[in-house]
Each structure stands twice: as C-alpha cells, then as structure tokens.
Design a protein around this ligand. Structure first.
Ligand code: GLC
Length: 528
C-alpha cells in the first residue's frame, strides 16, 4: 500500500463521514409549542445512528429575534429558549458523542442581529467604542445611501439610522447589520466565540456566508448591483478566515465548513482551501460545492461538473457534494421523485463528503405555502422567493402532525403526503427511499474505496451519453457506478464484467453483468 493510500484510509472523520443537516425548527418538537427544539433532536439520535450518518449540523440555535429564523444572532454564547438551554445543548452533544455522532453548529459571523448588544452600543453614538465594529457611512450629498449596493433579500443594503445620522450596511435584512472585519477587535471577538464552543466539545462549525465578511475598502458602486464585485467576495477575506482557522487548529479533529459564493468558479472554490500546510490547507476544510444543486439534471452536465470539480480540488483539499439545504427547493421537487433516487446514489458514491438535508432520505418534497402562510422574510420581501417549502416539519410517522409534535399547530404546515411519506412507513418497506439511503450509507461505510478511492469518469466505449458511468478505485479494489438519467431503458456493455452490489430499485444483488441493462432512472453499483 502506498503512503498516499495509507494516509487516505486514516483520513480525518470529516473526509470519511457523512454530514446530516438539521433545521432545528422543523426536526422534532418535544414541548409541543409548534417549533422543534434541542431535546427533540436528542430524542431522535437513535434514528440518526440507525441511518448511519457520522455528524449532524444544526442551523442556528442561538438567542435571536428570529427575523431570519436564527441567522440573526443576538448572543453567540447561548441557546434560544425556544430551542432549550445550554444544558440541553450539553446533553445533545454528550448523547451524540455516545453514539459516535459528531456535532456542528452554524456560526453566523458576517452579521449579528440588530438586537445584539454590540450593535446596540454601536448605534448609540458615533463616539461609542463599538462604533467601528459595524459598517457606518455618511449619506451622499442628496441624502441617498452611500452607494448602490443591494441586500440579498431585496432593496438597498443601507439603512438610515436617525440617532447618529449615518447609514449602516446590511447585506441581508436591515435586522442583520454587517460586522466590520477590517477591525481586528471584531476578528478577536469572533475567535472567542469559536473557542467558547470548541472548548465545550463541539466538533466544528458550518460558517454562514463566510466569503461576504470583507467588502471593498473604498465602497465603490457595483457595475450592476447584483454583480457583487465590491459588496462581497473580496480576496482579503482569506486573511479573516485564516484567523478563524487558527482557532480550529488549537483543537484536534475540528472542522470548518464554509458557505461560499454559489456562483464561484472552480478556481475560486479551490482557492478557499488556502495554502498547503501539513495534510491540509490553512483556510476552509470544506468550502461548500453547490454545483449539484445548480447543474441541470442531465448525465452530460452532471459528469462535466463532477469531472471539472474533482480535478480542480487541490491535493491538500477535499471535495464535498450537496443536494439540498434550507435555502434550496427540495431535490425531489426540483428533479423528480425517481430522479431523486439516482441523485442519492450519485451523492453517496462520489469522492467527497456528502451532505444530506433532513428529510431527503425519505424523499420529502416542497410543501406548497400559500401567500398568507409565508414565514420567510425573503419570501415576504420578494414574492416567489420563499424558502418555507423546504423547511417544513420532518415526517416521522402517520400520527398527528407526522409525529413532529403532540398536535399543536406547527410553525409551517406539515406536508399533505405525510401519511405515506414518513420514516416509520419507509422503515418497513425494503424498497423505500429510506431503505436506499441506508443501504448506500452502509455500503460507503463498509468500503473505503467509496470514501477515499480515486474518481474517474468513463465515456465513449459504447456508453450512452445520457448515462453517467464512473469508477472508484483504491489499491486493488475497483467499483463502477452506472447511472441512467433517462426515463427509458438503456443497455450497454461494460468495459469488463462485474457483480451488481446495489441498485436504486433495491431488487438486484449479486448479479454478474457485462452487458448491463439499466431500467428507467436506475443506478447500480458494480464491483469489478
Ligand atoms: C445564508 C443562510 C441563509 C441566511 C443567510 C443570511 O445564506 O444559509 O439561510 O438567510 O445566509 O444569514
């Protein structure tokens, strides 16, 4: 075995593992107030253990006025009473660890809530020591905002503050003022926040809009307001991220996952791993790759995406793949139910850490939200943009409110299909989506080749262009994955004979094939 293979096999957990995202408001409501909470999550850990995932990431659970459902943090060192207490957090962490599950929280450093004491001080007077913790600018001569920057949630990114007669910057809601990371005190304060949680035993953070933290020093107008050439994604942000990373490195085995520009090039993503140091980079362990969400669902597009991305990741970096999250419509609704099974096998057989959004494993779909039901501020500001459909309560069983709680009205409606699409039912169905996810996860766990083996796509040699075929290889183990992206049968000859281990349809095993027939939207794993 070569050294490279050995070091891959002993790679840290976040390269081997599968990370499961929980939207805490919607996972399990233990006190029947209509909103999920930490004790609820703790009560479902046995399910997550059974499913086989390695880590969970919770969307924000900190005290917050909930203008953006927790992405507006009013205190970085506590738990919102709606979700529980710090003691509940400690219990969740201990119980997760007892089951071999790691825990990540969601750090939101770009902005605080306007209710955060730092901002209250900052806005109290121009002379306040925290004035420079946020981004304050004078109005233009005509009283209009300092420049043409726009908020990601609609409208100007500047809000006039009467008390001190200046505008402050908010890249998101006006209730989410941006911190000023050109001020070293702000970096130090956020480092302390990271340390606070890592010291408590937390395994890492997903870091919200990590590459927005630095804005153009001269506040130049955007060529087009949505181009974000100046209002975000400045190269100097790497200096801030490097300061964060130092804190992660003070503790063994911690991970920083970064939410980055969805539209960043592969070169841009690759740069966010930073410079090689030891076995990794000095910036983000896992800068999110959202390409699976953005790429049209065709074999050629997906293959090109994986090939280019896999090639772009530096030697000291590690890939990752995401099918969905709390900001994107459900994968089964985007591409179709049968297609979502193909997406599952794709996600779980590629080289790179897979992220599963809660409910994907049972094929949850977007829940229609009527205009009166809209909760998401983005959807209220910009009609049609609501993220509520992908944030609805987890569907556990066919009892009242899908087992999410004891019957109190839920903050978002429970999907109408919960009687058939739920965990309990799918646990008793050997061909369900849940059964597929669990088999795929187990196969990945049992076979190092699937976790750390090389990736190579196979084209030509008679493979139809609407099928995506690739190889994973580690030492003398070689596994081929063949995915039919069409709703018709496809038959082709494999370069060599092999044995089917698993099919998306969960009805083929130990079948020796060289001439491979794939049914509509069928994917298979074949050991060569
Ligand atoms: C990120 C989060 C999103 C949030 C925004 C502002 O994009 O994923 O949910 O609204 O940042 O914090």
């Amino acid at each position: 075995m070569t050294d490279a293979i050995k070091s891959n096999i002993t790679a840290p957990w976040w390269k081997h593992g599968i990370i499961y995202q929980i939207y805490p408001r919607s996972f399990q409501d233990s006190n029947n107030d209509g909103i999920g909470d930490l004790p609820g999550i703790t009560s479902r850990l046995d399910y997550l253990k059974w499913l086989g995932i390695d880590a969970i990431w919770l969307s924000p659970t900190f005290p917050s006025p909930m203008a953006d459902f927790g992405y507006d943090v009013a205190d970085y060192r506590d738990v919102h009473p709606m979700f529980g207490t710090l003691a509940d957090f400690d219990t969740l962490l201990a119980e997760a660890h007892a089951r071999g599950i790691k825990l990540l929280l969601d750090l939101v450093p770009n902005h605080t809530s306007s209710e955060h004491p730092w901002f209250k001080e900052s806005r109290s007077s121009r002379a306040n020591p925290k004035r420079n913790w946020y981004i304050w600018r004078d109005a233009r001569a005509d009283g209009s905002p300092p420049n043409n920057w726009v908020s990601a949630f609609g409208g100007s990114a500047w809000e006039w503050d009467e008390t001190t007669g200046q505008y402050y910057l908010h890249s998101f809601l006006k209730e989410q003022p941006d911190l000023n990371y050109r001020n070293p005190d702000v970096i130090a304060a956020m480092q302390d926040v990271i340390r606070f949680w890592l010291e408590r035993g937390l395994d890492g953070f997903r870091v919200d809009v990590i590459d927005w933290m630095i804005k153009d020093a001269e506040f130049r107008d955007e060529p087009d307001p949505y181009s974000r050439v100046y209002s975000a994604f400045q190269p100097e942000v790497q200096d801030v991220i490097r300061q964060f990373r130092k804190v992660f490195n003070e503790y063994p085995d911690r991970v920083m996952v970064g939410e980055i520009n969805y539209l960043g090039t592969y070169e841009y993503i690759a740069g966010l791993y930073g410079q090689a140091v030891g076995e990794g980079g000095d910036l983000i362990h896992l800068p999110f790759n959202f390409r699976m969400i953005l790429t049209p669902w065709s074999a050629t597009d997906v293959r090109t995406m994986v090939d280019e991305y896999d090639r772009a990741i530096p030697e000291h970096g590690w890939p990752n793949y995401v099918l969905g999250n709390h900001d994107q419509h459900r994968v089964a609704s985007r591409i179709g139910r049968d297609e979502a099974r193909v997406a599952a096998i794709l996600l779980l057989t590629l080289r790179g850490t897979p992220f599963i959004y809660y409910g994907e494993e049972i094929g949850m779909e977007n829940v229609p939200i009527s205009p009166e039901q809209v909760q998401d501020p983005y959807g209220i500001n910009v009609p049609g943009m609501t993220r509520d459909p992908e944030r609805t309560p987890m569907q556990w069983d066919s009892s009242v409110n899908a087992g999410f709680n004891a019957g109190a009205p839920t903050w978002l409606p429970v999907a109408a299909n919960y009687g058939t699409v739920n965990v309990a039912r799918q646990q008793n169905d050997s061909q369900s989506m849940l059964a597929l996810y669990r088999r795929l996860i187990a196969y990945r766990r049992e076979n190092p080749v699937m976790r750390v083996g090389r990736y190579q796509s196979i084209t030509g040699v008679g493979i139809p262009t609407d099928c995506f075929v690739y190889l994973r290889a580690l030492a003398d183990r070689r596994v081929l994955v063949a995915l039919n992206f069409t709703a018709e049968d496809r038959t082709f000859r494999l370069p060599e004979a092999g044995t089917i281990q698993l099919s998306t349809h969960l009805d083929r095993e130990n079948e020796t094939v060289q001439e491979l027939r794939l049914r509509a939207n069928e994917g298979v794993i074949v050991e060569l």
